[in-house]
Design a protein around this ligand. Structure first.
Ligand SMILES: *[C@@H]1O[C@H](CO)[C@@H](O)[C@H](O)[C@H]1NC(C)=O
Ligand SMILES: *[C@@H]1O[C@H](CO)[C@@H](O)[C@H](O)[C@H]1NC(C)=O
Ligand SMILES: *[C@@H]1O[C@H](CO)[C@@H](O)[C@H](O)[C@H]1NC(C)=O
Length: 293
């Protein structure tokens, strides 16, 4: 028995009153009707600085995966599209370039030999810092089996990659390469959702580094977001890369768990982010991340 969950993004900040939402259970094959005991839960979250009201419907259903044409606003398409976001951030992400999945236009899923399930999606992604939106086609393959590996993604979003951020990256790099003291910072953003402007690039860098974890850990049944960077420690550079030790808090929306990951990575304008080590820290009853009630 799988717990399938539908998330409907209701609206951005500024939405007043009670949002009207229609929840439709995911299509289930006629011979295996989905159960209908649905638990609704409202949560307010800050995603990339914008408040979104998220309505979560937990539904006990049989082990059913949507196949064929997908409803773009339903969970299966949204989850697969989120994996594309993580993938694009591992490819193009930078302290000055973050990719955010904006909209799923269409989606299709099928079982493939291998075995696995392949999703083909048309999505719009946004470069978050500049409000540039691009429509891309992408494929996500979720391997299946005893020890399923990470999803494999193919996506072409050339416009985002071509945004010129060289000057900003170089300035940041020089500033932190030359400084005698190493950076140390905690809680990006803090419990009021605030980030010191000087620390914004390091929050973005945390999202990019965390994207490597979120891509690796994603399955058809997960939906990861970065909740907070808990700790940033700059380490002595080796060669010409800046080196960082981060602790990031990931919010897995399906299980509603907050996961702590320790990440050791390097960054430079020419090499981008390279993750040297990633390790999930033991679950603890730590404080909830900010902006999640
Ligand atoms: C982003 O761009 C879209 C159209 O390109 C525009 O409608 C919207 O207002 C812009 N948002 C911001 C925050 O600038
Ligand atoms: C060097 O680092 C210190 C401590 O982190 C900071 O106060 C200072 O502003 C930095 N200098 C430059 C030029 O960034
Ligand atoms: C941040 O991480 C560094 C390196 O792991 C550690 O030495 C430091 O104590 C941590 N700081 C806080 C406030 O947890």
């Amino acid at each position: 028995m799988d717990l399938a969950i539908i998330v409907v993004l209701v609206g951005l900040a500024g939405v007043t009153g009670s949002p009207t939402v229609t929840i439709r259970p995911e299509a289930a094959p006629a011979d295996r009707p989905a159960h209908t005991n649905t638990v609704l839960q409202m949560t307010k979250k800050t995603v990339f600085g914008q408040q979104e009201t998220v309505l979560i419907a937990k539904e006990a259903v049989e082990d059913v995966m949507a196949t064929g044409e997908l409803n773009p606003s339903h969970y299966p398409a949204q989850r697969a599209a989120k994996v594309i976001q993580h993938y694009l951030n591992t490819r193009y992400g930078s302290p000055y370039r973050l990719v955010f999945m904006r909209k799923v236009h269409s989606g299709h899923a099928e079982d493939v030999a291998g075995p696995g399930r392949k999703y083909r999606l048309e999505i719009s992604v946004q470069e978050f810092l500049r409000n540039i939106t691009e429509k891309c086609s992408a494929e996500v393959l979720f391997p299946r089996g005893e020890k399923p590996g990470s999803p494999e993604v193919q996506a072409s979003c050339e416009e985002l990659r071509n945004i010129n951020i060289k000057a900003q990256e170089e300035a940041l790099y020089q500033q932190y390469k030359r400084n005698q003291s190493l950076l140390s910072a905690q809680y990006l953003p803090d419990s009021h959702g605030h980030i010191d402007p000087d620390m914004e690039p390091f929050w973005h860098l945390g999202i990019v580094a965390a994207s490597f974890v979120m891509l690796k850990e994603s399955t058809e049944n997960t939906l990861y977001n970065v909740a907070q960077v808990a700790n940033v420690t700059q380490l002595e550079s080796e060669n010409d890369q800046l080196k960082f030790d981060y602790i990031v808090l990931l919010h897995e929306m399906v299980s509603q768990e907050i996961l702590h990951w320790k990440l050791l990575f390097t960054w430079s304008p020419s090499e981008g982010v390279k993750v040297l080590h990633m390790e999930q820290l033991p679950r603890c009853h730590c404080e909830k991340p900010p902006n999640t009630n």
